[in-house]
Design a protein around this ligand. Structure first.
Ligand code: ATP
Ligand code: MG
Length: 607
């Protein structure tokens, strides 16, 4: 399944998406509701300052006394009292608004982070169990953005939007109420003009979306580029590929520049246009307002309240306009997230999985056909039986399918036809965990995780005892290395610590495989990258690992191959010869013989 950087097929099925995200929101509904409740007064309070201008203008500036009746009691507030009360009132409201804002922010962030975490955790869980082919097909940049960025946009976005929409909506309503209270005629004009002013925004939404899609692809490419620069650092330096990487990087950056500039060119005049339309509205309002005041239909205070409200109204309305775009982005992100949720590993667990205990008799490959990409056959009709505790060496041309054969055993990939059987039970019937628990693998390039040497070895078998650990260290010929280290087995590896040599890494990997104590061992070119001396040490470690195990070994070392019980020659995906070294050497014009003459023979002569 190749992921797209931008689109997912279900991004426009809104109700379906909401029903998918709902289970994640559900546990926090009460808190979200509280946030919503707080957002209402928070929005409404926007109107208060504007509203306060009216009494300020009419009574304080105008020097009038305020008289009103509540429950048959007459109240009068002198102009001078008002002059003192109003400023305090403004500060008080600001305080109330500040407290509400804080509470709202706190509860919104809390819930949105929680929901995002839940989604991320579930998504990461899916990611780590995806089949290897998924990682073969998708670049790191796409994986990172789709698994890490989208969940935040999708889930925290919803809560954030609830907050923004509520405050803006009630903010706008409050201000409109003040406007209507001040003068319904002016309010009508103001609102109509405001609506017209926002038409251009609706028009550019699509362009913004296009641009943001393009930027997403570019972002993915840049992440991939940086990851490759990191992972392929040595090759980059050795082949002076810095220029190439830099050019790739520049190309993406410039592309992003073009995308953004073309958007700006075509969209940036919308905002000034809006202002122009709005200013016309304000001009009309001013003119008409002056008329209303002069003709005594409106007080100066009401007019000041009105104009302030109108100006303040711009922000919440603009925010509401943007929310439409934001919500669309959220749905797009949600579409992408739930597309990932619906992916599942193509390596399926059996319905009623059998636990694999040990290997009792043999492993059989029966009529195996395999292809990674449809139509490109990699293994053709392989038949092969390996007995318990036998060592099978696999040799053959590069790209012939040696690694592929052994990768089928732990079901990294599933065969297309035929079957692999452990003690006559199809490999697909075992539980994946028990199958993989029974197989220890050492590769040419062994990945060590950040953590200590001990942790890396114990990954082979977390339940191993201290004695097991010591035995594995010894058998993997790691003592010398570890004795030299100040912190011994507790030395940190990886990004935070020590960098091991190729041979040292391989021996740590061998110790990891050894501590696993699994009956089946797969060695894929486990010694090919080493020099003679370290190879001899690693070889000893491997000999220990291979003792009393069923072993598949892909190797270039003649001694390993010769010591194997049998040798399988795989050429272009076909098993062409099978037998012991002596037997295969007997075949006139045999392929093994040819390989031997070409590659292995010189290893026998002392250097
Ligand atoms: N993940 C993959 N996706 C698609 N094709 C692949 C993948 N891995 C290997 N192949 C292809 O399958 C064929 C067999 O590859 P394989 O790695 O099994 O060869 P090999 O015999 O181990 O070679 P080598 O000695 O060079 O390691 C090659 O043509 C290779 O291009
Ligand atoms: Mg290989």
């Amino acid at each position: 399944m190749k992921l797209e950087a931008t689109s997912a097929k279900n991004s426009f099925k809104y109700s379906w998406l909401l029903s998918r995200i709902f289970p994640y929101i559900k546990p926090y509904l009460f808190r979200i509701f509280i946030g919503f409740l707080i957002a209402i007064p928070l929005g409404l309070l926007d109107g208060v300052t504007a509203f306060a201008l009216k009494p300020y203008m009419d009574y304080v500036v105008g020097g009038k006394t305020l008289e009103f009746t509540i429950l048959n009691h007459d109240f009068t507030i002198e102009s001078i009292t008002m002059a003192f009360v109003l400023p305090f009132g403004v500060v008080l409201f600001a305080l109330v608004q500040g407290v509400l804002k804080y509470l709202n922010e706190y509860i919104t962030t809390w819930t949105s982070q929680k929901i995002t975490n839940d989604v991320k955790i579930d998504l990461f869980h899916k990611l780590i169990y995806m089949h290897p082919q998924f990682f073969d097909e998708n670049s790191s940049g796409i994986i990172i953005s789709r698994y890490m960025n989208d969940p935040s946009t999708a889930s925290s976005g919803i809560v954030e939007q609830i907050k923004t929409i509520t405050t803006s909506l009630f903010g706008a309503l409050g201000l409109i109420a003040v406007m209507l209270y001040s003068s319904w005629r002016l309010a009508f004009i103001g609102i109509v003009v405001l609506c017209i002013a926002f038409v251009p925004v609706a028009l550019i939404r699509k362009r913004i979306k296009n641009a943001s899609n393009k930027n997403m692809v570019i972002g993915g490419n840049i992440t991939t580029n940086i990851n490759e620069t990191y992972g392929g650092n040595k090759i980059m330096t050795a082949y002076s590929l810095q220029q190439r990487q830099e050019n790739n990087f520049k190309e993406q950056i410039f592309k992003s520049f073009d995308v953004n500039m073309s958007l700006t060119k075509r969209a940036a005049w919308m905002s000034p246009l809006m202002y122009t339309i709005a200013s016309m509205g304000i001009a009309i309002v001013l003119g008409y307002g002056t008329y209303l005041i002069n003709s005594g239909q409106m007080t100066a205070g009401s007019f000041a309240s009105f104009v302030t409200s109108l100006l303040l109204l711009y922000k919440p309305v603009k925010t509401l306009g943007n929310t439409l775009t934001n919500i669309q982005n959220i749905f797009v992100a949600m579409g992408r997230v739930f597309e990932l949720f619906d992916l599942s590993s193509e390596i399926k667990e059996a319905e009623e999985p059998i636990e694999m205990k040990e290997l009792d008799r043999n492993i059989k490959f029966e009529n195996i056909n395999f292809e990674y990409i449809e139509g490109h056959s990699v293994l053709k009709n392989i038949n092969l039986t390996i007995n318990k505790n036998e060592t099978l060496a696999i040799v053959g041309n590069s790209g012939g399918g040696k690694s592929t054969i052994v990768n089928l055993l732990p079901r990294f990939y599933d065969i297309k036809s035929g079957s692999i059987k452990f003690d006559d039970i199809d490999v697909r019937k075992f539980s994946l965990k028990s199958l993989r628990d029974n197989i220890a693998m050492v590769f040419q390039d062994n990945f060590l995780f950040s953590g200590t040497i001990k942790e890396n070895i114990m990954m082979g078998n977390p339940k191993a005892t201290e004695v097991d650990l010591q035995n594995a260290v010894e058998a993997a010929h790691l003592n010398e290395l570890i004795d030299d280290l100040e912190q011994g087995l507790d030395t940190e590896l990886g990004e935070r610590g020590l960098t091991l040599s190729g041979g040292q890494r391989q021996r740590v990997a061998i110790a990891r495989a050894m501590i696993k104590k699994s009956p089946i061992v797969i060695l894929d070119e486990a010694t090919s990258a080493l020099d003679n001396k370290s190879e001899a040490i690693v070889q000893k470690a491997l000999d220990n690992l291979m003792k009393n195990k069923t072993v598949f070994v892909i190797a270039h070392r003649l001694s390993t191959i010769k010591n194997a019980d049998r040798i399988a020659v795989i050429n272009e995906g076909e098993l062409v010869e099978l037998g012991s070294h002596e037997e295969l050497m007997q075949i006139p014009d045999g392929q093994y013989k040819a390989l031997y003459e070409m590659q292995f023979k010189k290893q026998e002569q002392p250097v």
